[in-house]
Design a protein around this ligand. Structure first.
Ligand SMILES: *[C@@H]1O[C@H](CO)[C@@H](O)[C@H](O)[C@H]1NC(C)=O
Ligand SMILES: *[C@@H]1O[C@H](CO)[C@@H](O)[C@H](O)[C@H]1NC(C)=O
Ligand SMILES: *[C@@H]1O[C@H](CO)[C@@H](O)[C@H](O)[C@H]1NC(C)=O
Ligand SMILES: *[C@@H]1O[C@H](CO)[C@@H](O)[C@H](O)[C@H]1NC(C)=O
Length: 370
C-alpha cells in the first residue's frame, strides 16, 4: 500500500511536471540557450510586416528578416561577452530546437546556411528606432536592449538550474550524514575504539546525541497529534532534521534574480508567482530519491552507516512533509500565476494541471494519514 502510493505519486508528479514546467534535468542557464532565447525575445516584441496566425509562433522562425536580425543580435552579444564562434555555432542548434515547435522550415539548415543568412542580413541591416513598425528589413538592436533581455532570460532560467543545484545539495547533505555516521560506526569496530574514541568523546556523543529524545523521554508516543505520527526524534535525528530544515528554507527563499524591466512577464508580481512556483516545483522533485531511499527497510544503508531503521523513517517523514509543503507552494503560486496573469480557464483543463492536483492530494493523504 505504502509503496504503491509512493510510486503512484511519483508517476503523477512526472506527468504533471512534463508539461507544467520543463521537467528535463538539463541546465537551462547555458550561454547559447540564454543568448538564443533572449534575442528571440527581442525580435518577438518588434512589429514586423509579417504576422502569423499561430498563437505563439515566433517571427524569427518563419520570417527571414527576423531570423537575420536574431542571428546578428546573437553574433554581436557573443562577441561582446567574449565568447568564440563556437558558442555562436552552438546557438544554431538551440534556434532549430526552439523553432521546431512551430515549423520545420529551419530544420535542414547547415552552419553554412546560418552564416550566409547572417552575412546577407548584415548587408541589408538598419538600426531599429523606437516606434518602428511594419518592418520588412533586418534590424540592428542596441546593446543595452540586448543586454536587458539577456539578463531577464538568464534570471528566469537560472532559477531552474539553481533549484536543481539546491536539490542536489539536499541529497548531498543526507549522503554526507550517512558517510559521517558510517565513519563513526566503523571506528567503533576498530582498534581506534579502545585508543581514542571509546573514551569520553564517543560515550558523551552517544549519550548526548543518539539516546535522548528532544523532549526527554525516549521514544514516547505522541498519540494526540496525528500529524507527528511515530516517535519523537532523538537528538541525533533532531539535529540532522533541523539542519535540513534550515537548508531547505534558505533554498526556497534565496537567490531569485528578478528583471527590473519585466520583459518576459508583465509585472514584478507575476515574476514572483512564476519564479516561486518553479523553484518550489523543482525542489519538490529533488526530494524523490531520498524519500524513496529512506522509505523501506534498507539493510545495506543501516549496515554501512549504523543509522537505525527508525531514524531513516524519521528522515523519510520529514522529507515527505517538506516535499508536500513545496508541492503546495508550487500549486498555490502557479495557481495565482494562472489566475491573475494567464488563462486560468484553459490551464485547469490541461492534463498537467489535473495530474498535479491529483498528485498533491495523494501526497497529502500520505503525509497526514500514513
Ligand atoms: C538577403 O536578405 C534580404 C533581406 O532580408 C532578402 O530580401 C534577400 O532575399 C536575401 N537574399 C538571399 C540571397 O538570401
Ligand atoms: C567568426 O565568424 C565571423 C563571421 O563569419 C568571422 O568574420 C570571424 O572571422 C570568425 N572568427 C574567428 C575567430 O574565426
Ligand atoms: C529536410 O530533409 C529531409 C531529408 O532530406 C526531407 O525529407 C525534408 O523534406 C526536408 N525538410 C525541409 C523543410 O526542407
Ligand atoms: C502599419 O500597418 C498598419 C496596417 O497597414 C497601419 O495601420 C499602420 O499605420 C502602420 N504603422 C506604421 C508605423 O507604419
Amino acid at each position: 500500500m505504502h509503496w504503491a502510493s509512493v510510486f503512484g505519486a511519483i508517476w503523477l508528479f512526472h506527468l504533471s511536471g512534463a508539461r507544467a514546467s520543463p521537467a528535463r534535468t538539463k541546465m537551462y542557464g547555458k550561454v547559447p540557450l540564454v543568448l538564443t532565447d533572449a534575442c528571440m525575445g527581442v525580435f518577438g516584441d518588434v512589429t514586423w510586416e509579417y504576422t502569423s496566425d499561430a498563437l505563439y509562433a515566433s517571427p524569427v522562425c518563419t520570417y527571414e528578416p527576423a531570423l537575420q536580425s536574431m542571428l546578428y543580435c546573437i553574433f554581436e552579444s557573443v562577441k561582446e561577452k567574449g565568447y568564440s564562434n563556437k558558442t555562436f555555432e552552438k546557438t544554431f542548434a538551440a534556434i532549430k530546437e526552439d523553432c521546431s515547435y512551430y515549423t520545420d522550415a529551419l530544420q535542414n539548415m547547415t552552419n553554412t546556411d546560418f552564416y550566409s543568412a547572417l552575412h546577407n542580413g548584415t548587408k541589408h541591416m538598419m538600426q531599429y528606432v523606437e516606434g518602428n513598425a511594419n518592418l520588412t528589413y533586418p534590424i540592428e538592436m542596441d546593446a543595452q536592449t540586448r543586454e536587458n533581455y539577456y539578463y531577464s532570460y538568464h534570471g528566469f532560467y537560472a532559477n531552474y538550474d539553481i533549484g536543481h543545484t539546491y536539490g542536489g545539495v539536499i541529497c548531498a547533505y543526507f549522503v554526507g550524514v550517512m558517510i559521517l555516521a558510517g565513519i563513526f560506526h566503523y571506528m567503533n569496530y576498530t582498534p581506534f575504539k579502545t585508543a581514542l574514541f571509546k573514551q569520553r568523546l564517543v560515550r558523551y556523543a552517544r549519550g548526548y546525541l543518539t539516546l535522548p529524545t528532544i523532549w526527554g523521554k525516549h521514544a514516547s508516543h505522541f498519540s494526540s497529534l496525528k500529524v507527528l505520527t511515530g516517535y519523537l526524534p532523538t537528538r541525533f535525528e533532531g539535529i540532522i532534521i533541523l539542519g535540513y530544515l534550515v537548508l531547505h528554507t534558505v533554498f526556497l527563499a534565496y537567490g531569485y534574480q528578478y528583471d527590473p524591466y519585466n520583459l518576459i512577464f508583465s509585472s514584478r508580481r507575476e515574476q514572483v508567482a512564476r519564479y516561486v512556483a518553479d523553484r518550489s516545483g523543482v525542489l519538490a522533485f529533488a526530494h524523490f530519491p531520498l524519500i524513496a531511499l529512506f522509505a523501506g527497510r534498507n539493510n545495506f544503508l543501516e549496515f554501512i552507516s549504523g543509522v537505525k531503521y527508525t531514524s531513516f523513517i524519521m528522515f523519510h517523514k520529514w522529507l515527505g512533509r517538506m516535499m508536500f509543503l513545496d508541492a503546495t507552494i508550487h500549486g498555490a503560486a502557479y495557481t495565482s500565476y494562472a489566475v491573475f496573469y494567464r488563462d486560468w480557464q484553459a490551464s485547469k483543463e490541461e492534463t498537467y494541471w489535473q495530474f498535479g492536483v491529483a498528485a498533491l492530494c495523494l501526497v497529502g493523504v500520505m503525509v497526514f494519514f500514513l
